[in-house]
Design a protein around this ligand. Structure first.
Ligand code: PGA
Length: 250
């Protein structure tokens, strides 16, 4: 049985003081023993939020990291910095980073290797554009993204990863994929992982859905066979996030 996971992606929201308040407000509300709860927060919020949630079930993730160890990379954050700050997860290859910061599959693959080397669990994002969906190339495109992301990643490493399927047309738009659409792609991702790594990795790797997840649609989406939880943007900034974490208690 795969454990469910609900991860918030705060994106570029919340100053350190706002972050401390939000984390403190959510903390007593997101204690669900059947769900791994992760807050992926802006780099500058990591240290204060780790302090706030200490002793709770909440784990902290970063929204990105660089693939070099240290040195002259002005503005970047290294895996060692994240580990030292108490980070357990890192989002890699979010569609916003692919689009605005021109991250490609090669860069994303390097980041995944580096995160795993430091025992940070990468949440590997993939997802098609509206045009790709409408022209019927979704499954081929996702397969290409997954093969690129997992290049030279061993089965022992892959089993630790989390994959997030986030159709770009559903992110921040309020236009959620139907549970059938989400399940179809998440199953295709699992089949793809099975082809690369075999049945054990395929059955254990966790695949999340992301894109306009909210308190009203979470239970139906998370009930799909190949969906192990969600990566939540907008709704992770509100107390509504607690209802998503407790989707099975509503
Ligand atoms: P959204 O964002 O929930 O606001 O659609 C999801 C994401 O981009 O991770």
């Amino acid at each position: 049985m795969r454990r469910k996971m609900v991860a918030g992606n705060w994106k570029m929201n919340m100053t350190p003081s706002q972050a401390v308040k939000l984390a403190g407000d959510l903390m007593p509300l997101v204690d669900n023993e059947d769900v791994d709860v992760v807050f992926c927060v802006p780099a500058i919020d990591i240290v204060p939020v780790v302090n706030v949630v200490k002793g709770s079930n909440i784990l902290i993730g970063a929204e990105d990291m660089y693939y070099e160890e240290k040195g002259a990379y002005t503005g970047e954050v290294s895996p060692e910095m994240l580990v030292d700050a108490g980070v357990k997860y890192v989002i890699i290859g979010h569609s916003e980073r692919r689009e605005y910061f021109k991250e490609d599959d090669t860069i994303i693959n390097k980041k995944i290797h580096k995160a795993l080397q430091y025992n940070i669990v990468p949440i590997v994002c993939c997802g098609e554009s509206l045009e790709q969906r409408e022209t019927g190339v979704t499954l081929d495109f996702i397969k290409k993204q997954i093969s690129g992301a997992f290049k030279h990643i061993s089965p022992e490493q892959a089993i630790k990863c989390v994959i997030a399927y986030e159709p770009i047309w559903a992110i921040g738009t309020g236009r959620v994929a139907t549970s059938e659409q989400a399940q179809e792609v998440c199953k295709a991702i699992r089949d793809n992982i099975r082809n690369i790594y075999g049945p054990v990795v395929a059955e254990q790797i966790r695949i999340l859905y992301g894109g306009s997840v909210n308190a009203a649609n979470a239970a139906e989406i998370f009930a799909q066979d190949d969906i192990d939880g969600g990566l939540v943007g907008g709704a992770s900034l509100k107390l509504e996030f607690a209802k998503i974490v407790n989707y099975d208690r509503m």
